[in-house]
Every structure is written in C-alpha cells, then in structure tokens.
Design a binder for this molecule. Structure first.
Ligand code: F6P
Length: 347
C-alpha cells in the first residue's frame, strides 16, 4: 500500500481575499479525495525556516471559505536574499525542515516574489507547487489571480461614492488604487466606476493632455470629474504618492478644486467575492491533482477560463503588465475616457 502523501501549505506576500478559499480547496481535496495529510505552515517562508506548523483537518478547514485574510498568516520573508548578520543559511534550513516535517510536496500560495522563491526551492530539489494570488493580478502566465476580483469590487464601490461628494462640491476627485507596478486594478475599477481619467503605469501620464481634457469637461458644464490613478504611476521621488502628484498638477493647471483619496489596504480586506472563491477553489483542487500525479515544479494558472499549469521556471522574475493594446483601452478611448495620453498618439 503506497504511503499517503503529506503536503505542506504556506501563504506568503501581501494578503488578499481568497487565500483561505485556496487553503480549503487544497486541504479538502487532499484529505477527502486523496487521503493525504495536510500541514499548515505559519507566516509564509518564515514558518518553514522556524519549523512553525500545524496539522490541518477537515474541522480546521471548516468555515474558512468566506473568511478574508489567511488562517496561516503571511510574511514577506525572502529566504534566498543574501544572508543577514545572523549568517543563517535559510535555504538549507528550509530543506532540513521540509524533510523534518516529512513533506512530499510544498504548496506555495503567493504573488511574484513567492513564486520566484518557490521556483528556487524547486531548483534546490524540493517538490513544489505554486498557486498565484494577489489583488494586483500581475503574476505572469495566468489570466487572473484570485484577490483581484474582490479588490475591483471594493475599489469600484469606493469610486461610486466619490461621484456624489464630487458632484456636491463641483470638485475633481483623484483616487489612487493599489497594483504595485501594474495598472490592472485601476483599469478595471476605473471602467467599472465610471472614471473620467484613468492613469496606468504602462501608459504614462501627459499632464497637458489630462488638464486640457478636464478643462474641456468643465467648460461643457460637467459638474465634476473622477480621476483614477494606479499607485505605480511614474512620478518624481519627492512626491509622496501618485495621487498627490497628479492632484497637484491638475489643480495648478486647471484652477479647479481637487481632492485626493488613497484607498490603500481596504482593497485587500474582507470576505472574497464569489468569483474569487470559485477561482481559489479551482486552483487548490488542481494543485492537489498535480501532486497526486507527482507533476511537481508547476504553478496552476487560469487560461481562457480553464485551469492549467505552467513550469515555475517560466514564471519567476516576470510580470504580467497591462498590454498597451489591451482591448479595454480602446473601449475606454471610444467612450471619451482620458487614458493619460493624446488618444491619437501611437502607443
Ligand atoms: O501586492 C499587493 C500589494 O497590496 C500591492 O498592491 C502594494 O503595492 C503592496 O502589496 C503593499 O505592500 P505591503 O503590504 O508590504 O505594505
């Protein structure tokens, strides 16, 4: 009788809605369908270094589908970064603890940094499966990461609320959304929330184009405008935020009263949307099938709404940015939304 596999799960990097749904998807599929044992590793790769883990059971996995955050905790520990003053060889300690835990495979739930570490652990000889998560939707190789849909809904609801206060005061409201170096959240929530100007890191920002556009709206007696800015928009280092940078140039250039909102961490909080629960569950279940097939060194992905997998080595060090020819950009321009550059300029 083949020994039942024992798998470890960790969540690393910025948290997001849906991580617990993914943990549940992995754990229940492993326990119920494959009779595997499941170990929950605390605080991302820190827990693997410190040998901090707990057995996960159907009972501990019960009721976490709708729970925001991660029951395992997370950290931004990067074990392959150069040794600190402690001189501890973290990768060696991880390999030792992986064996000490008796693991047959390690499931790493995380974004770009996590998948890069996962790929390096696979190269170091561990059996590893990656599950892509982040509100930024910037993991290479997958159409969507879970966390993204929830954050789009949160950001859209916030933008909806800005319309009423902007209208009352006849102001320009600038709202900054997360996304790290990419503009996926700003693009999707900007469209869904009726943004008049949407500024993405991938497209840049032409101050004169934006100011002329906003002045034209004002002269057409549009009572207010909504400007949606991705946090990663290029700006002088002296500027404390993308929103403050853009708002200052708008107010200086148009003379229209302008206010800023930095939405921040609420985009990462709370219960996952239905679509994120489904995507996270699909990812978790597919990850366990890869383990059952001993098809290691892979990251599960969503491609054309199918769940597949790609080699971790294909993902590491890459970024999923908004293509400048993305169809949503053309659609926005057709609705006379300003995307930060002269619409007739070749991008
Ligand atoms: O990757 C998710 C994210 O929220 C980014 O959008 C943001 O730039 C970053 O994490 C914030 O990092 P931290 O949680 O370490 O402040």
């Amino acid at each position: 009788m083949a020994k039942h596999k024992r798998i470890g799960i960790l969540s690393a990097g910025g948290d997001c809605p849906g991580i617990n749904a993914a943990i549940r998807g992995v754990g229940k599929t492993a326990i119920v369908k494959h009779k595997m044992e499941v170990i929950g590793i605390s605080s991302g790769f820190s827990g693997l270094i410190q040998n901090d883990f707990n057995i996960l059971t159907e009972e501990t996995l019960s009721g976490i589908l709708t729970l925001g955050g991660t029951i395992l905790g997370t950290s931004r520990e990067k074990p392959f970064k150069k040794k600190g003053s402690t001189g501890i060889d973290k990768p060696e300690l991880i390999k030792k603890n992986y064996r000490h835990m008796g693991l047959d495979c390690l499931v790493c739930i995380g974004g770009n940094g996590t998948q890069k570490t996962a790929s390096m652990l696979a190269d170091a000889g561990l059996n590893v499966i990656g599950i892509p998560k982040t509100i930024d939707n910037d993991v290479f190789g997958t159409d969507f990461t879970f966390g993204f849909d929830s954050a789009v809904s949160i950001a859209t609801e916030a933008i909806d609320r800005l319309h009423t206060t902007a209208n009352s005061h006849k102001r320009i409201m600038v709202i900054e959304l997360m996304g790290h170096h990419t503009g996926w959240l700003a693009l999707y929530a900007g469209l869904a929330g009726g943004g008049d100007v949407i500024l993405l890191p991938e497209l840049g920002y032409d101050e004169k184009v934006v100011n002329d556009y906003l002045l034209q709206r004002y002269q057409k007696k549009k009572p207010y405008s909504i400007v949606v800015v991705a946090e990663g928009l290029e700006r002088p280092e002296t500027e404390k935020s993308a929103a403050h940078y853009v708002a200052r140039l708008i107010e200086q250039g148009t003379g229209i009263e302008t206010r800023t909102t930095i939405l921040g961490y609420v985009q990462r909080g709370g219960s996952p949307s239905a679509m994120d629960r489904i995507l996270a569950t699909r990812f978790g279940s597919h990850a366990v099938q890869l383990i059952a097939d001993e098809n290691y060194g892979r990251m599960v992905v969503n491609k054309n709404n199918e769940t597949e997998s790609i080699a971790l080595g294909e993902v590491a060090g890459k970024l999923n940015t908004v293509p400048t020819n993305h169809s949503f950009i053309a659609k926005a321009l057709a609705l006379d939304i300003c995307m930060g550059f002269a619409s007739n300029a070749k991008k």
